[in-house]
Design a protein around this ligand. Structure first.
Ligand code: HEM
Length: 490
């Protein structure tokens, strides 16, 4: 019996096969082979060498990179293993900023995560993008930024200085149902929280907090950044407390109200409800960083590409003139403007602003995938950058061609390979909750700007290459180099 079971253990161990990948050094693994800022470029090289599924070790941890859309779907979406591969690795921010993972983005895949994500999606729907109220708020905000662009009088300006506060204002509108004025305290809190949160999640910064958690109490840079984020969290907490004191359950008008409704159950009977103040705050902080960081990257990328391709800019403008005329563009115009929509899809594909999914993990058990054994606790990335530049799906993948999303002048359907293989918002249980909001912003901001202005680079400036492999990474997002543009009135 003993020898039989020993044999079984030995053969079962022998059967375990790891995906190919670089060997690296003992313990440190591939630490010196990876540029944390441009990790997606190293992963792209490894895809060429090792194939669609690559494993490596770093600092004693196992990592897995999935470079193929079908494998990503199997890993994150399938009934068999999707749930097991949808945890998040333990991290400093979830632990120390989000009160022990009381948020959606960073929490592992468990019952509480599912309740939070469902509630987050339901509460965001309340902010109906086609409603008169949203259209009104949005049109006020867009006229406000247009007047700011007008004031630049075609002189070189950094457009993100105007656009980022505007993106923060939109997320503020979701939270509170009102639009902030420039001098509003809440707008400053949102802008600061976004800036500091973005810095803290950069892999090279986060790695320092993870390795030396005590550094958050130090007087230097890392301590200062941590204190700023905590201060922002306190301001947001005060906002929620203020809204709580005025909360009336017969008048639920925004995201925070909807969360407070669920929260009241908890306040009345902690055995019945589950949503604490910390969950409310965790979800708010989640949405600030996820929404502004991504929109910033997409809009910076869009302006950069549009100034590289003035002829594409002109075709979008023609479509605006034909469909919208001189009134303001609205979300209802999206369906009638296939060329503009194709450009936005191609911008998302070509630049792949989020080159990798947020890190997944299989915290509870080892998993079999494509004949390989993935050890428990592996950190897993879906390589969106590689999938979106797979030449078998997207011919000439390193060329910017909006026409690949068009057929006979119409936007291709959901079953067309170009759309089916686009996974910029992730797949499965950790899929993005903000896709609709992102698509609306990506339509309204460029159309409003291009209706009034030509976006040009200043005469003495040469445009750096738009090849996404050459762009600077402000990891986790890819950004073009900071640029000034001239908004010349048409
Ligand atoms: C073009 C803009 C955007 C892109 C490309 C994008 C993409 C993504 C991706 C790739 C993920 C990770 C999927 C994974 O880990 O498997 C994600 C997650 C998430 N996104 Fe977005 N996103 C965008 C805009 C937004 C906006 C506007 C919001 C909020 C209003 C948002 C909220 C979230 C949240 C909360 C998660 C975490 C979901 C989870 O962990 O279950 N995103 N997004």
């Amino acid at each position: 019996m003993v020898s039989l079971s020993t044999f079984e253990v030995m053969t079962s161990k022998r059967k375990k096969k790891s995906p190919p990948g670089p060997c690296g050094l003992p313990f440190l693994g591939s630490f010196f082979d990876i540029d944390l800022k441009n990790i997606h470029l190293d992963f792209l090289k490894w895809k060429e060498r090792y194939g669609d599924i690559v494993s490596f070790k770093m600092n004693g941890k196992n990592f897995l990179v999935l470079n193929n859309i079908d494998i990503i779907r199997k890993a994150f979406e399938s009934d068999e293993i999707g749930a097991l591969m949808s945890d998040r690795p333990l991290n400093f921010i979830g632990e120390n900023i989000f009160f022990g993972y009381k948020d959606v983005l960073l929490r592992r895949y468990d019952d509480e995560f599912m309740k939070m994500k469902k509630l987050m999606i339901r509460s965001m729907k309340l902010h109906d993008y086609n409603s008169d109220k949203f259209q009104q708020l949005m049109s006020e905000e867009l006229s406000h930024i247009l007047s700011k662009f007008q004031k630049t009088e075609g002189k070189p300006t950094e457009p993100m200085d105007i656009l980022v506060p505007s993106f923060c204002n939109i997320i503020g509108m979701l939270f509170t149902g009102r639009r902030c004025q420039d001098e509003d305290r809440l707008l400053k809190v949102l802008v600061d929280f976004d800036r500091d949160g973005d810095t803290m999640i950069q892999p090279q910064v986060h790695a320092v907090y993870k390795l030396f958690p005590w550094i958050r109490h130090s007087p230097g840079y890392y301590g200062g950044l941590y204190r700023n984020v905590i201060r922002g969290g306190t301001e947001l907490h005060n906002l929620v407390q203020d809204m709580k004191s005025k909360y009336d359950k017969t008048e639920v008008q925004n995201f925070i109200h909807e969360l407070l409704g669920e929260h009241q159950d908890f306040a009345e009977d902690p055995d019945k409800g589950w949503l604490t103040d910390e969950h409310v705050l965790g979800m708010i902080m989640d949405l600030i960083n996820t929404s502004v960081l991504t929109t910033k990257a997409v809009m910076a990328g869009a302006l950069f590409l549009l100034s590289h391709f003035p002829e594409i800019q002109e075709k979008i403008r023609e479509e605006i003139i034909n469909i919208v005329g001189s009134r303001s563009p609205t979300t209802e115009d999206m369906a009638s403007m296939p060329y503009t929509e194709a450009c936005m899809m191609e911008i998302l594909r070509y630049q792949s602003h989020l080159p990798l999914t947020a890190p997944h993990a299989n915290l509870s058990q080892e998993v079999e995938l494509e004949g390989y054994t993935i050890p428990k606790g592996t950190v897993i990335f879906g390589n969106l950058f590689a999938c979106h530049h797979d030449e078998t799906v997207y011919p000439d993948p390193w060329e910017f061609k909006p026409d690949r999303f068009l057929e006979e002048g119409k936007l291709v359907g959901a079953d067309h390979p170009a759309v089916r293989n686009f996974i910029g918002f992730g797949v499965g249980r950790r899929r993005c909750v903000g896709q609709q909001m992102a698509r609306i912003r990506m339509f309204l901001y460029p159309t409003c700007l291009l209706q009034k202005f030509k976006i040009e680079v200043p005469k003495d400036t040469s445009l750096p290459s738009h090849d996404p492999r050459a762009l600077l990474s402000e990891s986790p997002v890819i950004l073009p180099p900071p640029m000034q543009y001239c908004s010349v009135e048409c």
